[in-house]
Design a binder for this molecule. Structure first.
Ligand code: IPE
Ligand code: IPE
Ligand code: MG
Length: 256
């Protein structure tokens, strides 16, 4: 069961540094095209940028970093690109898990893993088990993830655990009852959402959890995203007033 309630239910404690940052890493293809390189070159540099982002997140004290690596809609891409992305994922797991562990990072993967190769699933299972007790940063990779399916799965899990809730005359289901059934119930909701690559959309990422997240969009392409770019996003975050439905006066009074 989750230690975290929903932002639409209670009022989360907010801090200067966001506890949880969720990123849509977009723009690898355009980064490559600008250089007349194949798209794969952009994806390779994208993996480099992931390393940089993890390091920078640890340095500033972010507790949860969630990265959208492959959406449930990305299977629509040409088979060759999908296969290259799978290969990069496999290699990253092979090469990085030990380093993550050495740095005290807990690794979690969310998404429908059923479509991944057995070797990838194996590496995920051993990587998650190896790093399960680490506390410095929780790194979540969303792979074959879709926000809508996450909500549908949560409902299914809820009714499987509470069959009486489906009976006629049962009390109406409250939104916060689904929260512990979501794939990321181990994490608080994201405080800050970042999307690189210039598009201003959610693309079926964490639909439920982004209800009260501060949104930040940058034209930088993902391979160019670095510690300075993260600092700019964090500065923007610090300038926001998170009201969670209240008035500014109430927020200021609560701050004391
Ligand atoms: C993000 O970069 C990586 C994945 C979606 C896997 P893109 O590959 O979407 O890059 P653009 O948007 O085509 O530039
Ligand atoms: C979103 O990027 C998914 C990931 C970064 C993994 P896309 O490039 O797939 O998003 P759309 O298609 O432009 O919305
Ligand atoms: Mg894209």
């Amino acid at each position: 069961m989750s230690a975290f309630t929903s932002s639409t239910h209670g009022i989360p404690v907010t801090t200067e540094v966001p506890r949880h940052v969720a990123i849509i890493m977009d723009g690898n293809g355009r980064w490559a095209r600008q250089r007349h390189l194949p798209r794969v070159a952009g994806h390779r540099r994208g993996v480099e940028a992931v390393r940089v982002a993890i390091k920078a997140s640890v340095a500033v004290g972010i507790e949860y970093l969630t990265l959208f690596a492959f959406s449930s809609e990305n299977w629509r891409r040409p088979a060759e690109e999908v296969s290259i992305l799978m290969d990069l994922f496999l290699r990253a797991l092979e090469q990085e898990v030990a380093k993550l562990h050495a740095n005290g990072i807990r690794l979690r993967i969310v998404g429908d893993l059923g479509r991944f190769a057995p070797r990838i699933r194996e590496l995920i299972a051993t990587g998650e088990a190896l790093t399960a007790d680490n506390t410095r940063l929780t790194l979540t990779i969303a792979a074959n993830y879709g926000g809508r399916q996450d909500i549908a799965d949560a409902a299914q899990r809820y009714f499987a655990a509470h069959p009486e809730a489906a009976l006629p005359g049962a009390p109406p289901l409250r939104a916060d009852e689904l929260t512990p059934c979501l794939a990321m119930s181990y994490a608080p909701e994201p405080d800050l959402f970042i999307r690189t690559g210039g598009e201003q959309r959610i693309s079926n990422f964490l639909l439920w959890q982004l209800a009260y997240t501060e949104l930040y969009f940058t034209d930088l392409l993902w391979p160019d995203f670095d510690a300075t770019a993260l600092d700019a996003a964090l500065a923007s975050y610090r300038s926001r007033e998170r009201r969670f439905g209240r008035t500014t006066d109430q927020v200021q009074a609560a701050r004391g």
